[in-house]
Write a protein that binds this ligand. Sequence first.
Ligand code: DP6
Length: 324
Amino acid sequence: MAKILKGKGQGPLFIALIKYWGNIDNDLRIPRNDNLAINLDFIGTDTNVSFSPGFKEDRVVVNGKALEREKKLRVIRVVDIMRKRAKINWPVHIFSENHIPTASGIGSSASSFSDLVVAINKALKLNLTKKELSLMARLGSGSAARAIPSGFVLLPGNCSQSEAYARTLFPPSYWPLSIFIIILSDAQKHTLTTQGHLGASTSPLYKERQWGLKERLKEIIKTIRDKDIWRLGRLLEAEALSLHANIMSQSPPIFYWSPRTFRFVKDLVDYREKEGYPIFWTIDAGENLFLLTVPDYEDVVKTFISRHPEVKKYYLTHPGKGPR
Ligand code: DP6
């Protein structure tokens, strides 16, 4: 029987505090700006890989369906780099299951590329460091690089290829925040993030956004250090609005918010301002959202969400480790 090498990986979701939008190198996915996220104790994707000289060709199956050509090539590019490193040319079979709606703005590509490199690392016994895994995951999806280390993580931007890997700033236990993943719809987004990054700098707001980000990053790191939920929450929302102002004003414009998103955010903000509870929202490239609060307010948030007519499903999670 032909030899077979197998490995498994499980990739986390994250909440992005300073968003990454626009690359200085689109092929190498080097972000334009330093960006910051919390990796969550929530597995977004499970991936199983096997390599064998007995396989006829490379196969990539996600949620039971073979990936279409373009998407498959994106995956195989990362596989090829790792095969080369292991000095092996055996075909690969990859089976991935997303536990969250795919391409709906909650980070399925980041979790799948982070667990892909972890699974291949195990299968091919490469013994790569976290730094090397982060550098490799980035070639599949920029934010996947950020999904490798644990806790509160920084991915530098506007730097050389070898510096663009994520580092932990604070471990997950530093501040056990409560993060809700809010699913308003499981429809796939109309414009993929990779496409969106290409047009980022065409927005008249782009330069100003980049300029302001340096200060916002410093402030956000300070609010984490001080465990100041009110200040962090206000900055988180300002950052999400700045990101989407850029996205909506780039050429061509992209509208990730749906009427459901607007309604939910407005109701949440009204509720918070009326009750004085520290509950904050953020949104990435899709109509779904994340909420941030502290454990004392988890029950209040659960009640709000379960009564809101736009919410299809939600998950409660906390800061966590990188992929397993
Ligand atoms: C809006 O990592 O999804 O979520 O390299 O094309 O996969 P690709 O880009 P991606 O970009 C992240 C965009 C964002 C903001 C963020 O996560 O920081």
